[in-house]
Write a protein that binds this ligand. Structure first.
Ligand SMILES: C[S@@+](CC[C@H](N)C(=O)[O-])C[C@H]1O[C@@H](n2cnc3c(N)ncnc32)[C@H](O)[C@@H]1O
Ligand code: SF4
Ligand code: SF4
Length: 379
């Protein structure tokens, strides 16, 4: 199986695709595709690892999917799960998507992201990885993971990735879920990201809705709900992060996202215009397309039906009716697409990040990372 296009077929370059999407605001700019439900961790705030493993798309079907995503004007695909590094054929999947000109990102908890897998992925041209890390404290991180003995392995894999990724044309990000357990560490994690030439993305924890009005998807751990009493402290923390970003810290979240995160964490609601099913979609391991995780198993289509539905007025009306007024989550990948496509400041901030990733020249100081971690671990 090869990811290469047939002779004579050329992928449209990303900037043109993005410009087309920005002007039209009528196509799925971003796709989150869970390539597997299998997972090697038991994270406290996530219930995906409890799900039954089902069939996954094979490489022939993935060729078809990639062609369709390119045809409908998609710009970016994130490969999540479950844990995508558990798929043996992950490098081939990346190659197939990238051959179609789709910007491709792998989301990983890092434990199975071994040096040999990293080498195989980088050899296929992967430059975008989101690496989850919620704490620099070994005990806390392993408590979150629900699996002992993962911390050192994960950090070694992180350092290997940081050192091997090209200094230009790469955009590595640490994904940090914000919970009452790690809220005191956020600034330190941003500093650590800077040590190794990464950005950090802060993800407000998603929990089952307190009053059943919002959407329940993979979030669990209701005891990690921030109460009203935390509001003032949280406002201080996020004001600090906004200021830190303004001064050049590598925080990839838009200012608008950071400003609204406290409302979401405290009240379970943040004001944003969700464009699920229009500007972004979620795809299951079996190739079912839903507007977002909240519609998985509830309202889905086969990926082969996408070209006929994208741009159809009746499909659009249906999607809008279902998604209208839903403020059921504040996932950065989705909310940021809406901000970027609908708000000049967020677009400017994202263009700056992309330009820096392309031309900036990352610096990696692994010794600084280990010093920082040692300090926290021995506290
Ligand atoms: C579901 S995981 C899939 C990819 C991979 N297994 C990983 O952990 O990076 C994608 C991201 O969602 C985050 N996540 C898990 N549970 C969450 C929750 N309840 N609220 C917000 N984000 C969560 C993870 O930490 C990770 O950064
Ligand atoms: S957050 Fe990622 S690593 Fe953790 S259980 Fe969920 S899918 Fe697995
Ligand atoms: S706010 Fe949008 S992305 Fe989030 S659950 Fe609702 S429809 Fe889905």
């Amino acid at each position: 199986m090869s990811g290469r296009l047939k002779p004579g077929v050329r992928a449209t370059p990303t900037p043109f695709r993005f410009l087309r999407a920005l002007l039209g605001r009528d196509r799925p700019v971003y796709i989150h595709w869970a390539v597997t439900t299998k997972c090697n961790l038991r994270c406290r705030m996530c219930e995906i690892w409890k799900r039954e493993a089902k069939d996954e798309l094979g490489l022939d079907q993935i060729e078809e999917l990639a062609a369709i995503l390119a045809e409908v004007g998609c710009v970016q695909v994130s490969l999540g799960g479950g844990e995508p590094a558990l798929r043996e054929d992950l490098p081939e999947i990346v190659e197939i998507l990238m051959a179609r000109g789709l910007k491709t990102r792998v989301l990983t908890n890092g434990v199975a992201m071994t040096p040999s897998l990293t080498d195989r992925l980088l050899a296929r041209g992967l430059g975008e990885v989101s690496f989850s890390l919620d704490s620099l404290n070994r005990e806390r991180q392993e408590r979150i993971d629900g699996v002992p003995g993962t911390f050192d392995k994960r950090l070694k894999n992180l350092v290997y990735l940081a050192e091997k990724l090209p200094r230009r044309n790469s955009l590595p990000i640490l994904n940090t879920v914000v919970t009452p357990d790690n809220v005191g560490e956020l600034s330190g994690i941003a500093d650590m990201a800077a040590d190794i030439g990464f950005y950090v993305s802060f993800i407000p924890i998603h929990l089952p809705p307190a009053d059943e009005s919002g959407h329940r998807f993979f979030g669990q751990a209701p005891d990690w709900r921030f109460g009203k009493h935390s509001e003032k402290d949280l406002r201080d923390v996020f004001a600090h992060l906004v200021e830190k970003k303004r001064r050049g810290a590598p925080i990839v979240n838009s200012t608008s996202f950071l400003e609204r995160s406290v409302d979401y964490l405290v009240n379970g609601r943040a004001s944003w215009r969700c464009r699920a099913g229009e500007l972004f979609h979620s795809i299951s391991p079996q190739g079912k397309v839903a507007p977002c995780h909240a519609f998985e198993g509830v309202w889905e289509i086969d990926f082969r039906d996408l070209p006929g539905l994208i741009g159809s007025p009746s499909f659009l009306k249906d999607v809008r009716q279902r998604v209208e007024n839903c403020e059921g989550c504040f996932r950065p990948c989705w909310a940021e697409i809406s901000f970027m496509m609908l708000e000049a400041r967020a677009l400017r901030e994202m263009v700056k990040v992309q330009a820096k990733a392309r031309f900036g020249g990352r610096k990696v100081d692994a010794a600084a990372l280990w010093r920082r971690v040692d300090l926290v671990v021995s506290e």
